[in-house]
Ligand binder design. Structure first.
Ligand code: UD1
Length: 418
């Protein structure tokens, strides 16, 4: 079992180039399944979840290979449309392959993704949308069995909540469907735009991505393309939080400021200096951070991202004053707070609210990552603490961060993997 050993107390200083976005690369890999030509994806992060997606593609008859950060996907000719339980479980967002399967096949079966570290993972909105598009679905013994009589068809879908996964799944199903699909109350996350752009390059007709109403006109077939995945805005928020919390200055290259504007505007309120550069962000953190006066509410984009909640909380642990978080997306997203309290943090969690009272000192401790972003937050707390912090169960962290210790060492952190 690997762990990260962090010796805290060092100010960070240096430059890094962000990895490609996991949340963008995963649906794009699923989209490649729809293509009849070869796809070459650059800037694919080297992550366990990405390799799990490539195993799903290979199990479906594609040939997905990696060379560094570039993935090449040769399309499948096979009619095989079943994803095993084991493969579905390897990755939380494996359900994203269902939309792609429905775009190509009349019958397909996947396992129900089940729950995860963040709580239940319902897919009712995904399935309701597919049903409206002409898919007969039965849910038997943890399996989702789908049948399409003729071909999936376009329709008007109004989502009760702007779910990222449901929006992506509907897009994947709709690009090859018959007629027009309109998604109202669609998710507006930048990763949706990245997926749409990839699909457009392959020949799909999509308008309105990045807005609440997406219109997709189905086409006969998609070709392939060469595409570069957007950079990871959550990794960006993570490294910015590390510098903010531990102090120092850094340049994060390849950062898209617009994509994480809600995070940046709060970081700005902590007293950090932030400047935009050409394709990058400079951050400097000097004296004690100021606590955030208004409640930090996680919301769908363009609100404050749920994925940045834990890492920003870590940055504020030693701030001057009290900050209040409200987690509105997932039920179990404060599990990192127990580890932080073990390190001396003052946090009170009541339902979906967490109250963080800044403390003067944090102390190194042995802690276990509870989930991907929570694990990264513990590493940041370790950088801010006196003494040594050992973070175990880092398989969670490796799901979303490409060698987090290498990136942090480039910023001067004293951290190693054991
Ligand atoms: C969510 C985040 C996304 C983040 C990703 C990984 C939001 C809106 N989405 O996307 O930014 O990158 O996690 O951490 O912040 N839900 C249902 N029924 C459904 C689908 C979803 O009730 O069929 C609920 C979920 O339980 C959850 C909420 O909707 O409470 C958000 O879900 P969704 O956006 O679909 O989650 P992800 O796609 O995983």
């Amino acid at each position: 079992m690997q762990k990260l050993i962090v010796h805290g107390g060092t100010k960070l200083r240096g430059e890094i180039e962000l990895q490609g976005s996991k949340n963008s690369a995963l649906p794009i890999l699923a989209a490649a399944y729809l293509c009849s030509g070869k796809c070459v994806l650059h800037n694919c992060p080297k992550l366990t979840d990405i390799y799990a997606a490539s195993r799903i593609l290979n199990s479906l008859g594609c040939k997905c290979t990696f060379s560094g950060n570039t993935a090449e996907i040769i399309p499948s000719e096979s009619d095989y449309a079943f994803i095993s339980d084991e493969l579905m479980r390897e990755m939380r967002s494996s359900i994203i392959f269902l939309g792609a399967l429905l775009g190509r096949h009349k019958k397909c079966t996947v396992s129900y993704p089940g729950g995860c570290e963040l709580g239940p993972r319902p897919i009712d909105m995904h399935l309701a949308a597919f049903r409206k598009m002409g898919v007969e679905i039965s849910e038997n013994f943890g399996k989702v069995v789908c049948n399409v009589r003729k071909k999936v068809h376009g329709t008007k879908i109004s989502l009760a909540f702007p779910s990222v996964g449901a929006t992506e799944n509907i897009m994947l199903c709709a690009v090859l469907a018959e007629g027009e699909t309109i998604i109202n109350n669609a998710a507006r996350e930048p990763e949706i735009q990245d997926l749409a752009e990839f699909l457009r390059r392959c020949g799909a007709k999509i308008k309105g991505d990045g807005e609440s109403r997406i219109v997709i006109e189905g086409v006969e077939k998609l070709g392939g393309c060469e595409y570069s995945v957007m950079s990871d805005r959550i990794a960006c928020a993570t490294y910015l939080s590390a510098v903010a919390g531990a102090g120092g200055e850094a340049i994060i290259h390849k950062a898209c400021l617009n994509c994480i504007e809600p995070f940046i505007s709060l970081l700005d309120q902590t007293g950090c200096s932030i400047y935009t550069l050409d394709e990058g962000i400079y951050v400097r953190s000097g004296l004690r951070l100021k606590a955030i006066e208004s409640c930090i509410r996680t919301m769908p984009h363009p609100g404050f991202p749920t994925d940045a909640q834990a890492v920003f909380m870590a940055a504020l642990l030693k701030s001057d004053g009290t900050s209040v978080f409200e987690e509105n997306i997932f039920d179990c997203r404060y599990r990192h707070t127990d580890a932080m309290k073990k390190m001396g943090a003052d946090i009170k969690v009541i339902g979906k609210t967490a109250v963080v009272q800044g403390v003067d000192r944090l102390y190194g401790a042995n802690v276990e990552a509870t989930d991907l972003r929570g694990g990264a937050a513990m590493v940041i707390a370790g950088l801010m603490a006196e003494g040594t912090t050992e973070v175990s169960k880092i398989c969670y962290i490796d799901r979303g961060y490409e060698e987090i210790e290498v990136y942090l060492r480039k910023l001067g952190a004293d951290i190693r993997r054991e």
